[in-house]
Design a protein around this ligand. Sequence first.
Ligand code: C2E
Ligand code: CA
Ligand code: CA
Length: 708
Amino acid sequence: MSIQARPITAADGTITGTLAGLRDVHEQVLAGEALASSERRYRMLAENATDVVWQNDTDGVLRWVSPSVESVLGWAPEQLIGTSPRDLAHPDDRDFSQRQRAKAYGGESVPRFDVRLLCADGSYRWMSLHSQVTTDTDGTATGIIIGLNDVHERVLAERELADSERQFRMLAENATDVVWQLDADDVMGWVSPSVESVLGWTREQLVGTSAIELIHPDDRESREQWRERLIAGVVVPELESRRQKADGSYRWMSLQGRPITDTNGSLTGVIVGLRDIDDEVRTRTALAHAIDHDPLTGLVTLSVAMARIDRWLGALSDRGPDPGIGLLCVGIDALKSVNEAFTHTAGDRVLLTVASRIASVVPSPDLLARGSGDEFYVLLPELASSTDTSVIAEQIRVAAQGTVTIGANHVETTVSIGIAIGGPDAGAEALVRDATLAMHRAKDHGRDRYEFFRPELGQEATDRKIVEERIRLGLQQGQFVPWFQPIVNLGDGSVVGYEALMRWVRPDGSIVAPDDFLPIAERTALIVDLDLAVLKQTIEMLGRLPAPTFIAANLSAATLASPDYAEHALFELARVGVDPTRLHLEFTETALFDVTGRALDIMRDLAADGIGWYVDDFGTGFSSISHLRDMPVTGLKLDLSFTGGLGGADQTSERLARALVGLAEGLGLDTVAEGVETPMQAAILRAQGWKHGQGWLYGHPEPMPVVR
Ligand code: C2E
Ligand code: CA
Ligand code: CA
């Protein structure tokens, strides 16, 4: 029975008796005892397990909790008893656990689920929760017993994995990057859809195939090393490697990877993110290539070639007795005037054409390097003998000969070649210098030929530098003056004009002939200044001479192509007040050869103003009749070598001179025979029909015009 009692008190407060009420609770007590025994069972379990058990009443108030709660969540049981453990659940988990509890009270079976519970230190811990509703004997719920297992580490690990996978996939679904998941044997599992736009494969084509097959054969080893390190847990940088596209071509991709392991840590595969860096890599390699290669010809630069030469020279001594390493410097003969006469684009065309002609005979294309300007270098690392070099030089010389068409013009190309051979003691720099010097020597000796380097050339180069400086200074100080040699009418011997011949009057009074300094000046822009200096003085002299006496001035190919020359000539003629027809300009056949394009226009302009153009040294060059017809030429000057041969036993000169005068007459050109030294020569020339003569017979070049 259940007894309820109340004391009975008197008015002064003293107790006078007890009022008791009795209720039959027999069944209830029996049921309670049964319950208590099951509770004890639970509690026993709970007390021994590391996990936590607690008991709530139907209002959700915690009535009992196992002491283990302290070690798991940090709370002392007293702190929790009487509170509502609902508040311990993470706000995000509350609704869910609430629903689960409602289900449990509704009699549904509730599977285990994970919730985060607040720890005494403020952090949350993942616990796996299972619950059981307690009822009294008539089945009315009296509360709920909850068992909690600490699953924090496992959940975190799972979450992390899921997160990273989700992350990868999200990236993969949306980005242009490709992501694929490979199993432990590199077989493709999941592939992102972007693979189709990036590599051209469909996902279906790839899934189930080996990822190795797509790797460029040259990249397989590095990819394998990368994967091994990745799996070993080493932080690996992104790997650049090529993947094959569906069309068979390869694209550079940057790889990022992450190994996937199951919960016990064993490898199940690798997730790989592939970023398309093809353009990037190509730009980069192009840049690297650009540094080492000449952009125009694609040939390696001289500095690359020099590094190579140094390496070979270093290896020479190991090779035993050896003729050494050959280096050819190949200079294009007419390039400077092409650049000056036309545009640089035209010059580039000539350069490219000659480069490919040279390349066609060079043993291997990577032995050909581009130097500065018009120079190429040919490396000959394995010489059987030094004559090898001259054989190859000759092949190059012949191969380089030919025509390059620029618009309506044709430029004939030739090359001059310098040869240097270096032994183990040589250095690349010295070898290049020697070959270049020898090439200049070949140019000085008439172009279209080859020369071996000789030690004297080194000295000459130094000397030349000194002369160059002196010329520069001499120009400033007016040391370059024209001397005048009379030109006569061969019929009556009267002086009709003069040729202005440049002389260098040195400060010490010595006179230097043009052959001793013009070749040096012609290698630099100095030649133009020299010609201009002489032209100016020539026109001034014309102003002092009576009309119609003319003076013929000489100009080199570079001067002819220089843009200012015509302007200067016309300006000076106007300034001094001289009729332009009294100025003749002489240029050699060789220069004529280079004359095309802009220079030709200049010639035509000046000719239109009345200036006469004369082809110097006629008969020694290669000018063709078509050249003469197309150019504004007034007359021809017979080279003195022909004149010198007149009247001798050999009739060749005589026949040639006759043929040439016939040609000139046929073209309606004026004629001047140079180098007339004897009356006999004069008589023959006169008889042949040469109109004018010039030579020692009539007068030497003198500082002032001499009238005979
Ligand atoms: P060039 O134009 O053929 O000049 C003729 C050369 O023959 C001159 O040599 C002259 O002195 C020489 N000479 C004249 N008569 C005789 C003779 O009867 N017998 C012999 N053996 N020689 C004779 P020079 O003055 O030493 O000039 C040499 C070359 O220098 C010239 O040959 C010309 O190409 C060049 N030159 C001279 N002055 C100038 C100039 O102002 N500018 C340029 N660019 N070149 C010039
Ligand atoms: Ca001349
Ligand atoms: Ca001449």
